[in-house]
Design a binder for this molecule. Sequence first.
Ligand SMILES: [Zn+2]
Length: 260
Amino acid sequence: MNQSKQRLLLFVLCITLLLVVSARVSPAPPAEETEPVPDEREIVVPEEPEETPEPTPEATPNIRDILPDISASDWYLKLVNNTYVLPPSFTPPAVKEIQDGQYFDSRAVDALNRMLDAAREAGYTVYISTAYRPYRTQATLFYGKASQIAWGGEVEYADAEVLARQTVAYPGTSEHQLGLAVDILDSPDTAMTADALEFLPLYNWLRANCVDFGFIPRYPREKREITGWFEPWHYRYVGETAARYMMENGLCLEEFIALY
Ligand SMILES: [Zn+2]
């Protein structure tokens, strides 16, 4: 073995020894970090709260504050129901023929015709079942109904009148006598069954568009407790301003008039 080989061997031995020793003495590799990471929520320094703006007053517009400036005693807002009864002598100043042999208050007939025309343009057929109905016609209808119920003697006539009031308005309590109410159907053959007709496409259209012509659905289901009636076909002229206000604020005519 020559000298250079001896040196190389020595060098290799030294390196090996160094490696062995260093492996023995070097500390164990640090254990896996086991310290739980503090919950971020614990260390997050809460930011300075942003300056809270002055709380804006709750938007509770008093519907009285935005009441339209109209007179509730105007002819087109006249309230007729079981409490506000028209005398037999009441008639509108003038009526004008519309369609299907029916008549309407001449002051509002143009608005009605425009609404019916718009419905037709939207693709619906419209049939007017009833519009203006004089007191005597209402009386004939009502007493006819009561007589029909009492027919056969099973029901006393007085009780028959009470029962008749559930389906036919007592004379003087029907706003058809005003000449401002109209029963609209899609066909003369359609039976007036409120539950079945509530979402008739024609009525969906009317509900969405009637205010543009000054009409309201007068007896919607949700106001039956107040009005006494649920009739999806029955529309009432109240003028565009009042109609829009009532529809936007979810009021029936009774509730609207009570604000004045
Ligand atoms: Zn009606």
